[in-house]
Structure formats: structure tokens, C-alpha cells
Design a protein around this ligand. Structure first.
Ligand code: PEP
Length: 247
């Protein structure tokens, strides 16, 4: 029988490589001010701005996190940032395997799972991103690609899965203004849910990402297995982001 587990809606922003101290101060103040009647909400900011996010969001209902994490604890890894460092700045979240990192930094499915494990080891909640390219979708391989990307993540086991968040982000929908239809997204979310249910963790939240805006969030969130959103561009505009979280 279908699970009736309740999953609290989560809306996370991914600023990518955007922001300045001045712009962030205004954005974070507006989010804090508008925080009220919305679901669980967080922002994933560039590393240099974690201290600013902590100081401006501390004591609010909005959490913050990073866009990446090293698999290593510490050591000679120039340019990498360890999970313990993220914890030092009060992070709640660490994205793992965003498609831009998979595509531009060669992150493998196994590395992404290792990053999720590293995040869990220090008490961060990993947000593991998966998604197919347009070519893969048009070749009819969407579910196969998602399955391949998730395999090492699912292998982390039920205890780990129960403490992470997944994000389905079709690459062709990211930053393109071309969002997946709610039905297209639900098809993938539903398939992931079947796998999660089989492992005894139907409660894992699955966010959708890819050109989410206030205007399309409600129909996406109405789907049974879409538990929130990972929002890029629209998370840089306070009013738009707040409206998505207030759906
Ligand atoms: C993202 O970066 O995760 C994303 C979904 O971007 P956008 O909302 O801009 O498509």
C-alpha cells in the first residue's frame, strides 16, 4: 500500500556563484523579514559568505548551507572545504553532485555519494542532486540515468538515506526557463519513491529543481512525490523566493 508518511515541504535556494556582501545583506534581511508563513526554508551560499549568512540568519527560521563539500576530513587538499568547516559556520545543508559540478568538475556518481557520506559524518544534511541531460531524456534513458546516479547513494543504506535529501534536477531545465512539467517531474520522483520505499525509507524528501518560479511552484508541489524545491535563479530575488516558499 502507498505510504502515508508525512514529509514537511522544504524550499532551498542555490545562489551558485552570485552575490556580494552588499547584495547579500539586502537579500538576507528581506528573507528574514518575510519569514513567517512559509515552509522550511534555507539558502546555499558561496563559501566566502557563510559567515555573513550565519550572522544575518542566526535566530531566524531560515537555515543556510554550502554548495559543495570535500570528501576529505582535512589535509593537503588545496581549495577544498571540509564538512567540519561548514559546521563551524552553522551550516545545516551541503549540496552534493549539483549538475554543474558533475559536468564542469567531473564529479562521478561515487564521488557524489562519498560527499553525502562526508556531510552526514559531521551532522550536515546532504542534498544529493541527480538529473538527466536533454540528450539522455530524448534517448529514452531518463530513469536509467537516475538509477545509475542514485546507485552509490542508495548503497549508503537506510540509516544514511533517512538523514539526507534528494533533488531531481533535469539538466535541461536548470537555468533555461524551461521547467519540467509537473507530470514529467512526478514520473521521476515517483520512480525514486518506489526505490526508497523498497529500502524502508519512504520519508526521504525529494525536491524538484529546474527553473522553479512562484508562477509554477504550486502545480509542481501539488504532485504527490514532490516535497519542495531547489531553486537557483529565483532564490536571488527575495520576493520571488518567499512566494515559492509560501505556496
Ligand atoms: C539549480 O541551480 O539548482 C537550479 C535549479 O537553478 P534554476 O532554478 O535557476 O534553474
Amino acid at each position: 500500500a502507498p505510504s502515508t508518511v508525512q514529509r514537511a515541504r522544504l524550499v532551498l535556494g542555490n545562489w551558485k556563484m552570485h552575490g556580494t556582501l552588499a547584495d547579500n545583506a539586502a537579500l538576507l534581511a528581506a528573507l528574514r523579514q518575510g519569514a513567517g508563513n512559509h515552509c522550511e526554508m534555507g539558502v546555499c551560499v558561496p563559501f566566502p559568505y557563510l559567515a555573513q549568512a550565519e550572522s544575518l540568519l542566526k535566530g531566524s527560521t531560515i537555515s543556510w548551507g554550502a554548495q559543495d563539500i570535500s570528501v576529505h576530513e582535512k589535509g593537503a587538499y588545496t581549495g577544498e572545504v571540509a564538512g567540519a568547516m561548514l559546521r563551524d559556520f552553522g551550516c545545516r545543508w551541503a549540496l552534493a553532485g549539483h549538475s554543474e559540478r558533475r559536468a564542469m568538475h567531473g564529479e562521478s556518481d561515487q564521488l557524489v555519494a562519498d560527499k553525502a557520506r562526508a556531510a552526514l559524518a559531521v551532522g550536515l544534511t546532504p542534498v544529493v542532486c541527480v538529473g538527466e541531460t536533454l540528450e539522455e531524456r530524448e534517448g529514452g534513458n531518463t530513469l536509467g540515468v537516475i538509477e545509475r546516479q542514485l546507485e552509490p547513494v542508495l548503497a549508503l543504506g537506510a540509516d544514511a538515506l533517512a538523514r539526507l535529501v534528494l533533488a531531481y534536477e533535469p539538466v535541461w531545465a536548470i537555468g533555461t526557463g524551461r521547467t519540467a512539467t509537473p507530470e514529467q517531474a512526478q514520473e521521476v520522483h515517483g520512480a525514486i519513491r518506489v526505490a526508497l520505499r523498497g529500502l524502508g525509507v519512504p520519508q526521504v524528501r525529494i525536491l524538484y529543481g529546474g527553473s522553479v518560479k512562484a508562477a509554477n511552484a504550486a502545480t509542481l508541489f501539488a504532485m504527490p512525490d514532490i516535497d519542495g524545491a531547489l531553486v537557483g535563479g529565483a532564490s536571488l530575488v527575495a520576493d520571488e523566493f518567499l512566494r515559492i516558499a509560501a505556496v
